[in-house]
Design a protein around this ligand. Sequence first.
Ligand code: 5GP
Ligand code: ZN
Length: 134
Amino acid sequence: MKNDCVFCAIAEGEIPSFKVYEDDLVLAYLDINPFSEGHTLVIPKEHFTGLLDTPSDVLKEIVVRVQKVAAHLKAALPCDGFNVLQNNGAAAGQTVPHIHFHIVPRRSSDGKIAFTSQEGNMDALAALAARIRM
Ligand code: 5GP
Ligand code: ZN
């Protein structure tokens, strides 16, 4: 393995995968531990760690492929919707440091994904927005 990256090894065919889509720039394949039937990962063939170090021109092309693969999965599988997830950093649950987009097909009966929300405090939200506004 060139750089110890499992997704680079998959892109180079050194590790097998259940391929769903491939072109010059990206590869899409089934997640080995799926959240749902058809859970697919879309990766650039070139190694970048996450959202912040992926060049914006590459990122745009990846997202167009995510749209293409998601549309295909939605048509090909019995699903009512899908989540697109993209984790950055261990704190956010990223376990493979090669940027990837999860496409997770969902059925109406699946329920919400398990982020717990709390009722927002309007004053706190206003202060936070003022602090972080770009
Ligand atoms: P993360 O938690 O980094 O956002 O997601 C990494 C995903 O990659 C996990 O859902 C995990 O199941 C998947 N994964 C890890 N190793 C392999 C592998 O060798 N092959 C495939 N197909 N998926 C993998
Ligand atoms: Zn890599």
